[in-house]
Design a protein around this ligand. Structure first.
Ligand SMILES: Cc1ncc(COP(=O)(O)O)c(C=O)c1O
Length: 444
């Protein structure tokens, strides 16, 4: 029996930028697809990198169209996490021993990778969180709440995910401050003039999604930030959806804060990112107290560690950060240009396919949208659609997509949602189309 640790460091293994040795980071189809960034994606090859895509569900090949909920993971992410636990597992920032040093290097290497991915100025501006939700809560509690006075406002939009609604309701509750909502039009586009009118001298933050998970709408984030900053209002961008479909550059957007979530970026669950401008983060109190976030502790008082550690209390998700590093490397190798082109073609194909089905109505038809096909079908509840297409191996989402207010805006309790990622194909959309025709047959 080969020793397990030895298998992870075979001769073909290499030390990745994250410092974790892994069997074949370079041999992935992602690298081949990325060899010529302007070329078309070789999706068949790319799919070989995602082991789960080869499985069957209910006796049919899996057609995974629930990517807005979470994306599947390329083998390199799975291998990198296994190699971390197999080779260098130790706690970070705490030990002088070899493994702790290597785990720390890998963990901090991942932070640098994230910095470069989002083009932040400094890795001090990259805070690890559990997910996007925690990042928004951190800003709500540490940045906004201490400032709130009666009459203050938080400005969001009508198409936010619950994670960018509820934290603002909680922190404003009992303060006399209120949450204002900028409307969307019938296509699902943000009404920018109304957004501008709602910015007031009492607005303490504008918190806006970069891409709606329920509608697919891409919001004009640079313009949003420009309008808000012209009135001295800081901006948080929720890039949970946008970040795996397009390049998100925090310096170009000029946002004060931005959140993203690892499991949608082809990375593991339980790891997320909060970006904040250094001056903002420096001025904020810690969110949670515990180990690693302190400079000194006595029973009288404690002082805080420097950025980014001030916001990272307790043992972090080390394997998650390192896995996210591998995922971001993978995305970069494939390239956003190729991903964007492929997903736009699929979106157009899927839109036409759905529009051709009797009784189907798309919810969310913004001129600028990505990778989301949200729809309702006359006389059929979305849950029934989801259940029937699942029998054909097709995984879509049905429900309110954690965005109940936007469902209300469109007068529907729920939608069925097919959401696309880099590995999806026209054949899969055809499989969805066939499954939807079965729904028609069942409901007559
Ligand atoms: C637009 C948007 N924001 C925030 C979130 C929350 O992400 P997480 O649950 O990983 O914190 C999601 C997840 O679906 C989302 O789509």
């Amino acid at each position: 029996m080969p020793d397990k640790a030895a298998t992870a460091t075979e001769p073909s293994a290499q030390r990745s930028a994250s410092g974790v040795e892994e069997p074949d980071r370079d041999g992935a189809a992602g690298r081949r697809a990325a060899a010529a960034p302007s070329a078309r994606l070789d999706v068949a090859r790319l799919r070989e990198d995602f082991p789960i895509l080869a499985r069957t569900v209910n006796g049919k090949p899996l057609v995974y169209l629930d990517n807005a909920a979470t994306t599947q993971k390329p083998r390199v992410v799975l291998d990198t996490i296994a190699a971390y636990y197999t080779d260098i597992n130790a706690n970070v920032h705490r030990g002088v021993h070899e493994l702790s040093g290597r785990a720390t290097d890998a963990y901090e290497g991942a932070r640098e990778r994230i910095r470069a991915f989002f083009n932040a100025r400094s890795s001090h501006e990259i805070i690890y969180t559990r997910n996007a939700t925690e990042g928004i809560n951190l800003v709500a509690y540490s940045f906004v709440r201490p400032q709130l006075r009666a009459g203050d406002e938080v400005l969001i939009t009508a198409m936010e995910h619950h994670s960018n609604i509820v934290p603002w309701q909680i922190v404003t509750d009992g303060t006399g401050a209120t949450v204002k909502v900028a409307p969307v039009d019938d296509r699902g586009e943000l009404q920018l003039d109304a957004f501008e009118r709602l910015l007031s001298p009492r607005t303490r933050i504008a918190a806006v999604t970069h891409m709606s998970n329920a509608l697919g709408t891409i919001t004009p984030v640079r313009e949003i930030v420009r309008l808000a900053h012209a009135r001295g209002v800081p901006v948080l961008i929720d890039a949970s959806q946008a970040a795996y479909h397009m390049r998100v550059d925090v310096q170009a957007i000029d946002c004060d804060f931005l959140v993203a979530t690892g499991h949608k970026l082809y990375g593991p669950t339980g790891i997320g990112v909060l970006y904040g401008k250094e001056a903002r983060l420096d001025a904020m109190p810690p969110f949670m107290g515990g180990g690693d976030m302190i400079a000194s502790v006595t029973f009288d008082r404690s002082t805080w560690n420097v950025l980014p550690y001030k916001f990272e209390a307790g043992t972090p998700h080390i394997a998650g950060a390192i896995g996210l590093h591998a995922a971001l490397d993978y995305i970069e190798r494939v390239g956003f240009e190729a991903i964007g082109r492929h997903e736009r073609e699929l979106l157009e194909y899927g839109t036409q396919m759905l529009e051709a089905i009797d009784g189907v109505r798309l919810i969310g038809t913004a001129r600028s949208k990505a990778s989301i096909l949200s729809f309702v079908m006359d006389g059929v509840h979305p849950h029934d659609i989801g259940t029937i297409v699942d029998r054909e191996g097709v995984a879509i989402r049905t429900g309110h997509h954690c965005a109940q207010p936007v469902m209300e805006r469109f007068g529907v309790p729920a939608t069925a949602r097919a959401s696309l990622a880099m590995y999806n194909t026209r054949d899969e959309l055809d499989a969805l189309g066939r499954a939807l025709r079965t729904v028609h047959e069942v409901f007559g």
